[in-house]
Design a protein around this ligand. Structure first.
Ligand SMILES: CC(C)(COP(=O)(O)OP(=O)(O)OC[C@H]1O[C@@H](n2cnc3c(N)ncnc32)[C@H](O)[C@@H]1OP(=O)(O)O)[C@@H](O)C(=O)NCCC(=O)NCCS
Length: 261
């Protein structure tokens, strides 16, 4: 009877380096990644800080986290739970709150805040990112809700409500946008029940564009009418009527008379 060998699980360090080489086209070698990627250093330090936190060594955990912040510019609370193959790219200014949970294979860019809006102690104040979520540079995800697996948060977005799995959220306040491929189909399929017509910003923009084009047409008609009227008036002033000629003559006679006196 042949025994199947236990599946080899790569060490977190090897796995993280492989992840960075795979997801960052600028990364060239393992050594370069090991030495020059602050996201990698921050996550390694966080592993220690989190282990301390879980054992109840809160102050030590906070100190390690603080040292990590000094070294990398990335602030991760030791209470935050972070999955495998997470990549924090560039990293400067990233803040990850105590109750945040980050699933496997997530990517987080510089300046991202996974924070809260409530000061209630003990409550789930910070978001949960399911597996494979991408959070663009300087986005803020604020609150104890869930960002579904594979969702993408656009750079600079401010997200305060749950994001469905696979969806893309952009803007402030964040709204869900349709992937181009789906939006360009015949409209029969709409992921997560969200369509372009559901998007209040799209509805408002469409209204503005339609209103604008109607006004353009009305202005063109007004111009044409005014030009016609002006042309008519000009034609009339070139061909003076008998009454106008008489009035002209009368005025001339009157002036002559006054000069004679
Ligand atoms: C949100 C994101 C994932 C969408 O990518 P995508 O699916 O390829 O989307 P598209 O580029 O086709 O854009 C779709 C629409 O959303 C808009 N959009 C895209 N990103 C946006 C953002 N961050 N904020 C506001 N609107 C955005 C586009 O202008 C476009 O609008 P339009 O349809 O009216 O032209 C991507 O734009 C993004 O922000 N990624 C993060 C990248 C990042 O942070 N990089 C840092 C590297 S250092």
């Amino acid at each position: 009877m042949t025994e199947t060998a236990p599946k080899h699980t790569p060490s977190p360090l090897r796995e993280s380096i492989a992840t960075i080489l795979q997801r960052d086209p600028a990364a060239r070698s393992r050594l370069e990644v090991l030495l020059c990627y602050p996201g990698l250093h921050a996550l390694l330090l966080h592993r220690w800080a989190h282990a301390c936190w879980q054992r109840g060594w809160h102050t030590l955990g906070r100190c390690i986290s603080h040292a990590g912040r000094w070294l990398t510019g990335i602030e991760i609370h030791p209470g935050a739970s972070i999955g495998r193959r997470v990549f924090i790219d560039h990293g400067m200014g990233v803040v990850i709150g105590e109750m945040a949970e980050i699933g496997d294979d997530c990517t987080i860019y510089q300046g991202v805040t996974l924070g809260g809006t409530s000061l209630a102690k003990g409550a789930k104040r910070h978001p949960t990112l399911e597996n494979g979520v991408i959070v663009g540079a300087h986005a803020c995800v604020l609150g104890g809700f869930t960002v579904g697996a594979g969702a993408r948060i656009g750079s600079g977005a401010i997200v305060t409500k749950p994001v469905p799995a696979g969806a893309t959220a952009v803007g402030n306040p964040a709204r869900i946008i349709m992937p181009k491929t789906e939006a360009q189909t015949d409209g029969a399929f709409a992921a997560y029940g969200i369509t372009n017509s559901d998007d209040p910003v799209s509805i408002a923009l469409r209204g503005l564009i339609e209103g604008g084009s109607q006004q353009d047409a009305q202005i063109t008609l007004l111009w044409q009418t005014l030009e016609k009227l002006a042309a008519q008036q000009q034609a009339q002033s070139c061909l003076p009527t008998d009454a106008a000629r008489a009035a002209h003559h009368f005025e001339a006679e009157k002036i002559k008379g006054s000069l004679g006196n």
